[in-house]
Design a protein around this ligand. Sequence first.
Ligand code: OOG
Ligand code: MG
Length: 255
Amino acid sequence: MDKTEELARWLHDARTTRRPVPQPEGVALDLPTAYAVQHAGVALRLAAGERRVGAKMGFTSRAKMAQMGVHEMIVGQLTDAMEVPDGSPFRRDGAIHPRIEPEVAFLVGRDFADVPHAGLLRGAVEAIAPAMEIIDSRYANFRFSLADVVADNTSACGFVLGAWQPVPREIDNLGMALRVDGRPRQAGSSAAILGSPWRALDAAWRLARRYGVSVPAGSVLLAGAATAAEPMPERGFVEVEVSGLGRAAFTVGIS
Ligand code: OOG
Ligand code: MG
């Protein structure tokens, strides 16, 4: 096994056994290698029968960068096994130390590879939805460098999508609220996502091209959290509301 495969397998096993691994010491990955590890990890999931359904941006808001001490955007990959249908339960015992992020999702109607310029991608967006991402670092204490988190598929664990909506004319300042059992936990605006979630789409196109992330037509793209991530409670009804777009929810620990 080469180094890339070995690191991918190590992170894969951490995820499936729910045993976090220490942040690798003395192994300074460069970004192309880190993305190669991410690809190898996704390949392990695809080989196990999962399907690719989209991509996600990370660190598109200052709140997230400050929370994690990381200062560059990253892209990760989503599979069908990660989707938590709106309103359904999430198995918390299947994760290590999950956190929740309020996001918006785009439904992209063209393969990124067929779009010659980032600006042209906006016209290919078919719908938008209120969303939550569930992140769960495979590293102990959520401690990682930029390359470490890229290798760990950007902490991707789960995502919840509300109903798809036609894209409103203005999406640059939508109120975003994350609530647990009706109580506010995080609140922000879509403006926190690079000034506009459209910029997250542009950035996704650039990063996906640079690092060989495949985003076929019909993919979901998560734009990145508008606020800091919130630790997942042991139990409760977790809900995001995005003004003008609606809500998405899941339950944890309630049978
Ligand atoms: C990495 C994932 C960041 C976002 O929305 O900014 C992310 C992490 O914080 O563990 O998904
Ligand atoms: Mg996220």
